[in-house]
Ligand binder design. Sequence first.
Ligand code: HEC
Length: 402
Amino acid sequence: MANLQRGFDFYSWLTFIAMNSPADGEVIGQGPRPGGDARTKWEDLQNYRPLADVMLGDGSKPVWGKRDVPDECKPMDGAGKIIFRLGEEAFNQPFKTGPLIDQDGNYALFDILMNKPMFDYIVDNGLYSKQGQEAFGQTVEFPTGSNPGKDKTTGADLPGRMGAIMVKVSYRILDPLKSANLINQFHTVDALIYFPGGKATKAGPACVEKKLGLIGFHVGHKTAFAPQWVWTSFEHVSNAPTVDDVANGNLLPRYNFFSAACKTNCPAKNDTPPQPWDPDTSLKFKANYRSQVVRDKMIPGFVQQEVTDLNRPFRATLKGTVWANYMLLATQWPSAHESKTDPLGAPAPTYLANTTLETYGQGRVPLASSSCMACHGNATTQHVPATASDFTFILEKAQKAQ
Ligand code: HEC
């Protein structure tokens, strides 16, 4: 089992390096920005599309490559800037379990993207609207990847094919004054954050520009071997200390979501901020609240050891670049993908959480703690009655076609 886990974790690192290589084809860590940073493959609109450009507000058919810029953002728009639509999901964790507040008092932000095979499947089957999902009437099954090979009957060469890949990322806001010396420690992106107005936000439509630093990186990849997908999760090394680090006083001077200096009246460990959760255009949390996040033990000791041993050489290879500051948490994979009794395929390890994306689901409590596959296995379409959506919550975002 340890060897198999290692194989998946190795795969996760290769995925991380491939996806975070510069969009223009250069080598990872050799881009033009501080710390060798550059716009990555998954930020290139030819490779991946944000969810907001797929599940459109009017339920209409999305077009690959079309970038929808709200009017309020147009004056600030420029090459390489990402558009971030601040719906509830952009600052609240799964099932509204709460936002995460960094040590500068800013909300952490979340975004979702998908690759072209996943987009094509949604478009070809009309799954981009509620009515389309109702009419579909079949089992949702996103395409799996395959290696190049030979056709069994004709012997002709068959090209390899990319399977469906979906990404969820988390960012912290880099305040230009406070974080000037931090910029070269993160992969950064210039974001235009659009506030649609209405319920989630008090102000009307508005657009603000912020520099964001990448702090968390989830990948779900559908492969021929893993119909339950393979689940990869990385995060920035200075997000939060582990429970052992806290107990041993083995602390870094600064974390994104933990204060070592706070001794009295600190927020409870891994507690949610007080309500209300409604960011205005400052994106600062109203109360003087700072999340106090600690990394709980999630995975078995032998897996933790194996991942720690794997992170070391990969991070050493990336030394001197922004990418050396990211670590693999682990890969969750189906250890019995053809099981007749367990549709989840016996996830290994049982639990996995990212401190920035499932902050409030950490630990090893059966049925309560975070399992990528167990939670995503509950995702459905909007067909009545609901049908399984093949481990993705993306289809729940489709709107009614007008
Ligand atoms: C408690 C349930 C839960 C757990 C546990 C969970 N997720 Fe998710 N995940 C969600 C929800 C809900 C969304 C959609 C959130 C949104 O709309 O922003 C989501 C979104 C995603 C997406 C974007 C595609 C999609 O389905 O919307 C990826 C990729 C992802 N999660 C990966 C992971 C990984 C990797 C893990 C484990 C380390 C994990 N998730 C654990 C509930 C969960």
